[in-house]
Design a protein around this ligand. Structure first.
Ligand code: ADP
Length: 165
């Protein structure tokens, strides 16, 4: 083993960050010396939260985990990862639904930059069905999202929905 620092990038929209994301972050943090969470601006997804709000939320939620940095990015993922000095990209894999998209993206990213490996992690089985999209949908219809996000994130979602009425 060389003595170099192993850096990983975990990219996502985090709109909002869920307990599924946090589980992947904790697992991923064990695999690298430094984990960079890349928060995409991703206007094509019309996020509920602005990128500034998502950055602040993610930073607050990972404050107790060591060797983590939270960074905004709006470039090609492989360029962002290269710029961060990363050798790994971490992605969470849920069920079959994620597979097709993730498989294609990892394959194309490999063509773009073969020095950076994509590594897939599975969240705790109880957390696997959680998706930001469904969290927002449940909240919009007045359902409880307490099992899927932290209390602080649940409060952020409630406040955002209240302010947009
Ligand atoms: P994107 O917009 O790139 O899909 P997301 O914020 O939805 O970003 O998710 C970032 C990553 O986290 C993706 O790899 C996604 O598959 C993974 N992920 C999200 N929720 C879960 C979960 N409940 N379990 C495992 N992985 C998850």
């Amino acid at each position: 083993m060389s003595g170099r620092t192993r850096i990983g990038v975990y990219p996502g929209t985090f709109d909002p960050i869920t307990l599924g994301h946090l589980d992947i972050i904790r697992r991923g943090a064990h695999l690298v010396d430094r984990l960079v969470i890349g928060v995409t601006t991703n206007p094509s997804k019309s996020p509920m939260f602005t990128v500034e709000e998502r950055l602040a939320m993610v930073r607050r939620e990972v404050a107790d985990i060591d060797h983590i940095e939270v960074v905004e990015f709006d470039s090609l993922l492989m360029d962002f990862a290269e710029g961060q000095g990363a050798s790994l990209i971490l992605r969470g894999l849920r069920a079959v639904a994620d597979f097709e998209y993730e498989y294609q993206m990892a394959g194309m990213n490999q063509q773009l930059n073969d020095r950076i490996e994509t590594v897939f992690l599975m969240a705790d089985v109880c957390l696997q069905p959680i998706a930001s999209r469904l969290v927002k949908e449940i909240a919009r219809y007045g359902g409880s999202i307490d099992k899927f996000v932290t209390p602080a994130v649940a409060a952020d979602v409630t406040a955002k929905l209240g302010s947009s009425k």
